[in-house]
Design a protein around this ligand. Structure first.
Ligand code: URA
Length: 188
């Protein structure tokens, strides 16, 4: 449907497909490498992301960067990071169903262009939308699911780790296993 990733991004940046367009400062499309084998999907931009136009740049993003560095992955070169919704929900509320639905074609097109080998859902909202509506992060984090040849995993949202640091070791394990999965992929 889009002739290039650039065309997709331009369409998203002009989107008025749901009510979030009325309150956003920026459309936060995504960041990282279009050749990444791992794609991270969060919930939606927060205040800092809305102001800067980049995903995961606030405190939660800094923690995500720290964890990525810990397992030897770089935000710029090794991964692509985006969100279920590209515009900030007011007061950081959860995105509503119609907003997630309106934004889904952009996410699907991003996945089709990037063709990651592994998708990591950061937090409940993404994991419930993409892996299983009944996904329980505390119970199922770190499990890999094969969805038509695409590996998917859900883990703690970094903002949840800031609120609840007791889950940090579990999250770190997930990232260490993720790194091992990445290293075991067949080069082609
Ligand atoms: N939380 C998210 O889910 N996404 C961001 O980009 C920032 C914070």
């Amino acid at each position: 449907m889009y002739e290039s990733f650039q065309a997709l991004q331009s369409a998203a940046l002009a989107c008025q497909g749901c009510k979030l367009c009325q309150t956003r400062h920026s459309v936060v499309f995504g960041a990282g490498s279009q050749h990444a084998k791992i794609m991270f999907i969060g919930e939606g931009p927060g205040e800092n992301e809305d102001l800067q136009g980049e995903p995961f740049v606030g405190r939660a993003g800094q923690l995500l960067d720290k964890i990525l560095t810990h397992v030897g992955l770089s935000r710029q070169n090794d991964v692509y990071i985006t969100n279920m919704v590209k515009c900030r929900p007011p007061k950081n509320r959860d995105p509503e169903r119609d907003e997630v639905e309106a934004c889904m074609p952009y996410l699907r097109a991003q996945i089709e262009f990037i063709r990651p080998k592994i998708i990591v859902c950061l937090g409940r909202v993404a994991a419930c939308a993409l892996i299983d509506p009944n996904f329980k992060v505390t119970r199922q984090h770190g499990e890999f699911f094969d969805k038509d040849g695409l590996m998917m995993m859900g883990t703690f949202h970094p903002a949840a780790l800031l609120r609840n640091p007791v889950n940090k070791p579990g999250a770190l394990d997930d990232f260490i296993n993720l790194r091992a999965r990445l290293d075991s992929l067949q080069p082609f």
